[in-house]
Design a protein around this ligand. Structure first.
Ligand code: OGA
Ligand code: MN
Length: 296
């Protein structure tokens, strides 16, 4: 493998047979226009990209992320603050405590359960990008799963039961189980505040349809009695993240992992809270709400 490639050439190595691709021989801080187009194209086709051995300052990270579109301002952290002074687009995911004894980032060191980012919004972020600055010696792996494969894995009767249905996506808790800043806590899936989205969505770029679940906690299939909604969601979740549709990322410092929130979900393993894990995250805005699949 050579490091020097002609303009536009990006070498791809699949992460799994069906989901994600590692891109080799690229410096995300110094992309040619041709390479940038190839990176965008790989992302759209594979649902996730991994690029290792990067050295990105905040300007580089924001600059690369902007190649995919306008960025979201980072949500406030659990402690109500923004993360990196001067860079409102950068969110810190970390368990490390600052000089004031408070966490410098979000999500702590516990498990982050399977979810897709911010699906409690009408137009959720299209993509999220994590860049690793410090990683623990063990644990803290990030898992991705492909939601087109999840849809294909559903038994026919289950798929039929979900077709045309709308799921309400709750925004009370983040994936670490923390209550989001300024949210009214309501643990009744029927009455909690949330954003309805189609259970089965069309791929925004013409790929295969996807199962769109968001996260399990407080989710609700609109219009069903609660017990039926719970049973239907429990069944769907059994097929959502099958091992064969999953990629597990073991972090090294300098990794960029970027996933398409429209076609994947992710989770994070817990790790020893006395170890340090520091990630910078950006999110690319979603231009449109997830649209329902067109009936066959
Ligand atoms: C996120 C997230 C998981 C991780 O930042 O949205 O889910 O591995 N992070 O830190
Ligand atoms: Mn997340």
């Amino acid at each position: 493998m050579t490091d020097t490639l002609s303009d536009g050439a990006v070498v791809e190595r699949p992460l799994t047979p069906g989901l994600g691709v590692e891109l080799l021989g690229v410096d995300l801080a110094n992309l040619s226009e041709g390479q940038a187009a190839a990176v965008r194209d790989a992302f759209e086709r594979h649902g996730a990209i991994l690029v290792r051995d990067q050295q990105l300052g905040p300007d580089d990270l924001v600059g690369f992320s902007r190649r995919f579109g306008a960025l979201d301002e980072a949500p406030l952290m659990e402690n109500g603050r923004t993360a990196v002074p001067g860079y409102p687009e950068i969110y810190v995911v970390s368990n490390v405590l600052g000089a004031d004894g408070r966490p410098i980032g979000s999500l702590g060191s516990g498990e982050a359960v399977w979810h897709t980012d911010m699906s409690y919004l009408p137009a959720p972020p299209r993509a999220s990008l994590l860049y690793s600055l410090e990683v623990p010696p063990a644990g803290g792996d990030t898992w991705l799963c492909g939601m087109a494969a999840a849809l294909r894995a559903l038994p026919a009767d289950l798929r039929q039961a979900l077709e045309g249905r709308v799921i309400k996506h709750d925004g009370t808790y983040n994936s670490g189980g923390y209550v989001r800043a300024g949210v009214r806590v309501d643990d009744n899936p029927v009455t909690c505040e949330g954003q309805p989205h189609p259970a089965i969505c069309r791929h925004p770029a013409g790929g295969p349809d996807v199962l769109y679940l968001g996260r399990r906690r407080n989710a609700y299939v609109v219009g069903l009695p609660l017990a039926e909604s719970e049973a239907l969601l429990d069944r769907a979740w059994e097929y959502a993240c099958l091992p064969e549709n999953t990629y597990v990322h073991k972090w090294r410092v300098g990794d960029v992992l970027m996933w398409d929130n429209r076609v994947t979900m992710h989770r994070r393993d817990p790790f020893d809270g006395s170890a340090r894990r520091v990630m910078h995250r950006t999110q690319i805005q979603g231009a449109e709400p997830p649209l329902p699949a067109v009936a066959a």
